[in-house]
Write a protein that binds this ligand. Structure first.
Ligand SMILES: Nc1ncnc2c1ncn2[C@@H]1O[C@H](COP(=O)(O)OP(=O)(O)OP(=O)(O)O)[C@@H](O)[C@H]1O
Length: 285
């Protein structure tokens, strides 16, 4: 895979960020799972052609937010526009690639057979034979699995199987790629290679990427960040701006700073509410 300086690109992108159009726009977005409100009135945008990192602790609602964007989440309210259409619109299906945390590949097929199968669904018929072949070759190359193209998916490592899933999502050249924790369990070299691929997709194909992670050092590799906590967006900005605004050396420290500030605000609001209750109570006879 081509090497790439994420830092340089992030700097350039951050200066262009303000002019970028939005691939996703959310207003007052909520989602309920079971009887619990998991997303609590979110407002945010995901700029087109950039890598947006969705970061936050386990259970804060990252997967739910991604499912909402790709249109698979029930019990959603608010406004959510994706690539100029309401989320879930059938016309968006071929324009979005979604890779879940669990790789969705056929273990009894080889890597190439898996891709041939999904390519046949996307580009059916004899007339597309050449395009299918080109798309499959490119996807295998993209995820660096050329040496394993003939291996059964069931015999691959966890990281290799997730890369087959990613290759399937890349087949249709999606405009928006939604990746749920794509680097979990990967060694540092593979993680770096995948991030290089994400940057190439944004820079060369204009793909918009929304990538979730709970590993804060991955934040530095993104053009923009959505920092989430307990179903809310704590901050939305470039890594550089987050560090500067919070006067910290890393995004992780900025995140902790924002969490502390949010906790202090919540405690003050709770105290004020208790105070109001006490003053509005009827005097005892
Ligand atoms: N099917 C479900 N029914 C009810 N609650 C659910 C369901 N799935 C998830 N939740 C709850 O919704 C909340 C958000 O879950 P979600 O999977 O979106 O978080 P996450 O940030 O992606 O976590 P992780 O980083 O561990 O994948 C969690 O509290 C979880 O327990």
């Amino acid at each position: 895979m081509m090497n790439y300086s994420a830092g340089e690109a992030a700097d350039k992108a951050s200066t262009r960020g303000a002019a970028a159009t939005a691939a996703v726009t959310a207003q007052n977005l909520t989602a309920t799972r079971g009887d619990r409100q998991v997303l609590r009135g979110l407002d945010f945008t995901v700029p087109a052609g950039r890598i947006t990192g969705l970061l936050g602790p386990s259970g804060c609602g990252k997967t739910t937010l991604m499912r909402t964007i790709v249109g698979t989440q029930a019990k959603v309210t608010g406004t959510l526009q994706v690539l100029g259409r309401p989320a879930g619109d059938p016309a968006l299906r071929s324009r979005i690639g979604y890779v879940t945390q669990a790789p969705s590949v056929y273990d009894d097929l080889t890597v190439r057979q898996n891709l041939d199968y999904f390519a046949a669904v996307l580009l059916p018929g004899r007339a597309h034979r050449h395009d299918r072949r080109t798309a499959v070759d490119r996807a295998i190359e993209d995820v660096d699995l050329a040496d394993h193209a003939g291996s059964l998916a069931g015999r691959l490592s966890g990281g290799q199987r997730s890369r087959v899933s990613l290759a399937v999502a890349l087949l249709g050249t999606p405009e928006l790629l939604v990746l749920d924790e794509p680097t979990v369990g990967l060694d540092p070299v593979l993680r770096r290679d995948l991030w290089n691929l994400f940057h190439r997709l944004a820079a060369e194909r204009g793909t918009t990427l929304l990538v979730s992670s709970h590993v804060m050092d991955e934040a530095e590799r993104c053009h923009r960040l959505l920092l989430m906590r307990e179903g809310e967006i704590l901050a939305e900005d470039t890594p550089e701006a987050l560090r500067r605004r919070n006067d910290t050396a890393t995004v992780e420290e900025a995140f902790l700073h924002l969490v502390d500030a949010a906790n202090t605000r919540a405690a003050q609001a709770a105290r004020a509410a208790r105070g109001n209750e006490a003053t509005t109570e009827e005097p005892r006879p």
